[in-house]
Write a protein that binds this ligand. Structure first.
Ligand code: XIL
Length: 376
């Protein structure tokens, strides 16, 4: 209540010569509802004034879109380059925004020295531990939450872990000197009985390394297409429950929320958020966008913009209805800069709350209304 009063007061003061109370920004509405509202950021665009001013005005959390991925931050075996991510972090600190880190372990956007290196499991484990500890250590006390592992589960074989350099090509599981820190003999023997293809001990190790580097940072497992109750989210649920039972330091799960075909099963998304938060962890919506088909001149249809707004509103409301769902983040904020264009070979776009000219779309109003209505 106090926050909302402050936000409203700020809105009145900031309205300057206006006659009435202006509408709240997203970050004012989010503060009133006790939730974080974030977005992915491209450091090269921070010098564009409309980009920087919209970002600072509307959001209270940022996440570098690509700047913390291995190919950018760890370009050579011995070299780390934090220059791009540091720009985002400095901007966030100047504008009183929280910072999420993305991502320490992924199968994509890795440098060729790593993917073509033909390392043994022990060498790979050493490289990964050093990477995690160096990157998390660099931002210790600044990045409040990390996506430690991203997209470890497979699309094609629901419920199974994906083959990656980290898991089984050659993977780090076979590296010497690691015993899962089981709290009971029973768990230990269950893990032992699993086939190597099914273990997730490599994921577990990453969480321990990240925790050692910054014990106060919140550590997340982040995933695509696990938003609803489905075989992939079932497998993640079982893993997270097991981690919690055995004291593996995991604090949350990120659901990416890249929506396509204007379809979102909101009831199932809400049930899924409910079961994960019931484990005592937080849920963040980490990469939301709602891709629209593009027609003449590359524009979406007005009815699709309205439908898109509904989806933003419903998903924000679903998150807000669970106290453990503590952040909503969009994957960029202006249609001028969004991964959807290249990802869909220009057939889709217009996925974000602001258009290419930084004008608020129906999706923006919908998101703000949901944030205002979701006070808790
Ligand atoms: C995307 C970025 O937006 C693009 O700029 C980049 O070229 C490819 O990666 N899931 C994730 C994100 O976890 O890191 C991806 O980001 C989008 C899908």
């Amino acid at each position: 209540m106090k926050w909302r009063a402050l936000a409203l007061a700020a809105a009145v003061v900031c309205s300057g010569f206006g006659t009435g109370i202006r509408e709240q920004t997203l970050r004012e509405a989010a503060a009133g509802s006790g939730i974080l509202i974030g977005t992915a950021v491209r450091p090269l665009r921070l010098s564009e004034s409309a980009y920087a001013s919209t970002l600072a005005r509307e959001f209270n959390m940022v996440e570098p879109e690509d700047a913390l991925k291995w190919e950018v931050v760890h370009p050579g075996w011995e070299s780390f380059d934090f220059s791009q991510a540091d720009q985002v972090v400095d901007f966030a600190i100047r504008h009183n925004m929280k910072i999420r880190g993305h991502t320490l372990v992924w199968h994509q956007q890795n440098p060729s020295w790593l993917t073509r290196g033909k390392y043994t499991p022990s060498e790979l484990a050493e490289i990964l531990e050093k990477h995690i500890k160096t990157v998390v250590g660099h931002y210790r006390g600044k990045v409040f939450a990390w996506d430690v592992v991203n997209e470890a589960y497979d699309e094609l074989h629901p419920g199974q872990l994906r083959s990656t350099i980290w898991r089984d090509q050659p993977g780090i599981e076979a590296a010497a000197s690691y015993e899962p820190r089981a709290s009971s003999n029973q768990v230990r023997s269950e893990l032992g009985a699993r086939s190597p293809q099914q273990t997730y001990s490599y994921i577990e190790r990453c969480f321990h390394w990240a925790h050692e580097a910054d014990p106060l940072a919140l550590l997340f497992y982040n995933e695509a297409e696990a938003e609803t109750v489905n075989p992939k989210s079932d497998a993640i649920f079982a893993m997270v429950r097991d981690f919690r039972q055995r004291g593996v330091p995991i604090d949350g799960v990120g659901f990416q929320m890249h929506i396509t075909n204007l379809h979102a099963d909101v009831a199932s998304i809400s049930a899924n958020i409910g079961r994960f938060t019931a484990l005592g962890i937080q849920v963040h919506i980490t990469e939301m966008d709602v891709a629209l088909p593009l027609y003449v001149n590359g524009n979406p249809r007005p009815e699709d913009l309205r439908h898109q707004a509904d989806i933003y509103r419903q998903i924000a409301a679903a998150c807000l209805s669970h106290p453990g769902c503590t952040a909503i983040q969009t994957w960029g904020f202006t249609d001028k800069y969004s991964w959807i264009g290249s990802h869909s070979k220009r057939t889709q776009g217009a996925a974000l709350p602001f258009d290419r000219n930084y004008r608020a779309k129906p999706a923006y109003e919908a998101l703000r209304n949901a944030l205002e209505a979701g006070r808790r």
